[in-house]
Write a protein of this length. Structure first.
Length: 205
């Protein structure tokens, strides 16, 4: 395989920011902030997300850092710049450097920040970094077949629905989910970027 099929630069921990939101590399220093964000709406009770239960945030962070060490994850915490508070988390995952592919997921925000500009901002920052800095050829998403809110949010970004992996992964409650897959290519990115910037300008006006 030709070397030019890989990333322009390797995905490594970095800080991204804009529109009042900052994405910082996840660490154990964020444990209490993530616990507080998860309590905003008791998010661990949601069947279709991977939000850590109270007392299990340390293990959640460790799992993310293990993925970082293995080279297939790059986890971030989401910070509200005005207050400095942790309001959620997101990450790159399933990073495949040989073909310049990665996915965005493990995303959740405290209830107070849902249905605001935060998700659009985070996705814009992550895609800008993936496509423009790293040189990604494709960014993907995956979500539970019953997580309709997540599917609508991904579709609003302009990603294409690729299909469904049936009987694909365990949920927290032990049931097995189907996984809905989406993707966006580097060629599609400029139009999506312009639309997301337009949406954020409308929010600011």
């Amino acid at each position: 395989m030709s070397k030019d099929q890989g990333f322009r630069i390797a995905p490594t921990p970095t800080t991204l920011g804009g529109h009042g939101v900052r994405l910082e590399p996840m660490s154990f220093a964020h444990e209490s902030g993530l616990e507080k964000a998860a309590r905003d709406g008791n998010l661990w009770n949601l069947r279709v997300t991977s939000v850590p239960e109270p007392g299990k945030t340390g293990a959640y962070i460790q799992q993310a850092l293990d993925g970082l060490a293995a080279g297939h994850m790059l986890p971030f915490v989401v910070i509200d710049e005005a207050s400095g508070n942790v309001i959620g988390t997101t990450r790159y995952h399933d990073i495949v450097s040989a073909v310049a592919r990665l996915e965005i997921g493990y995303t959740w925000y405290g209830k107070s920040w849902q249905r605001t500009h935060v998700n659009t901002t985070c996705k814009l920052l992550l895609m800008q970094h993936a496509f423009d800095a790293l040189g990604a050829a494709l960014v993907g998403w995956r979500t539970d077949n019953y997580n309709f809110a997540s599917q609508r949010a991904i579709e609003r970004l302009g990603a294409r629905r690729d299909g469904v992996l049936r009987h694909h992964a365990l949920r927290r409650d032990g049931t097995v989910r189907d996984t809905v897959m989406y993707s966006l290519t580097a060629g599609e990115w400029p139009e999506v970027r312009d639309h997301l910037i337009y949406q954020l300008k409308r929010h600011a006006d």
